[in-house]
Design a protein around this ligand. Structure first.
Ligand code: C5P
Length: 235
């Protein structure tokens, strides 16, 4: 029998970035390394959960699949959406650590886009990707199916003098998830690094369940951040 705060729980974790194809050789991507999501998956397994890690493009090495930890690969936001839709109904906890592209090229060119002789450059039109987190929350509230606890992430650069915590509070409400993990990002912050700084915010209804209802801040390794997030989620 497994022990740990997530013993016997089914946990779905998304990690890494998505890759949105433009033509057979080009794509739009982002700088997510996948390290935080992988750390979450490893910590959840260590806490006794059955883990389904849905990984996009990652820079870090993926854990090997075990009886406890199943690894599924996806590339685009739409593939991630399908994978989450399949996995979420059975899950107790969903952690959306993936850096999902908000936009994808509106059209996929079947052949490589060519340079023209007149020196012009193509215009790439983008279209919105589905918001997988918001959609999963919505489905839970409308159809009553899905994870009891849903955790979102927010990568904020703290631009235009706006306070990242205020932005994160707004995002928490807008997305409707139970916990929101804020991390500061920028050129040399967080992406690809092993050290991180996260702030864990709880929704109003989640706060009622928590002993420590204030914002929890962790500065340390991504493994330490993962542990703090999963402890809050378990509670
Ligand atoms: O809106 P923003 O991209 O900042 O929200 C980040 C959170 O929403 C993350 O948890 C991310 O995994 C999730 N997300 C999503 N689908 C998108 C964009 C983001 O589920 N299209």
């Amino acid at each position: 029998p497994s022990t740990g705060v997530l013993a016997g729980r089914r946990v779905v974790i998304t990690a890494g970035g998505t890759r949105e194809p433009l033509d057979p050789v080009r794509y739009l991507g982002n700088r997510s390394s996948g390290k935080q999501g992988i750390a979450l998956a490893q910590e959840a397994a260590a806490q006794g959960a059955h883990v389904h890690l849905i990984a996009g493009i990652v820079e870090a090495e993926l854990p090997r699949g075990t009886a406890r930890l199943q690894v599924e690969r996806i590339e685009t936001a739409q593939e991630l959406q399908e994978a989450v839709q399949r996995a979420a109904p059975e899950a107790d906890l969903l952690v959306m650590a993936a850096a999902v592209a908000d936009f994808r090229p509106a059209e996929y060119a079947q052949a490589k886009i060519k340079k023209t002789d007149n020196g012009g450059a193509p215009v790439i039109t983008l279209t919105r990707n589905p918001d997988i987190l918001a959609e999963t929350v919505h489905r839970r509230s409308v159809e009553g199916i899905g994870p009891r606890v849903i955790v979102g992430f927010a990568a904020e650069t703290g631009d235009e003098g706006s306070d990242p915590l205020t932005l994160a509070q707004q995002k928490l409400q807008r997305k409707g998830c139970d916990l929101l993990v804020l991390n500061r990002v920028g050129e040399n912050l967080v992406f690809g690094e092993d050290a991180t700084e996260v702030h864990i915010l709880a929704s109003e209804s989640a706060r009622a369940q928590l002993k420590d209802s204030e914002v929890i801040s962790v500065r340390g390794t991504k493994a330490q951040a993962a542990e703090a997030v999963l402890l809050q989620a378990a509670e």
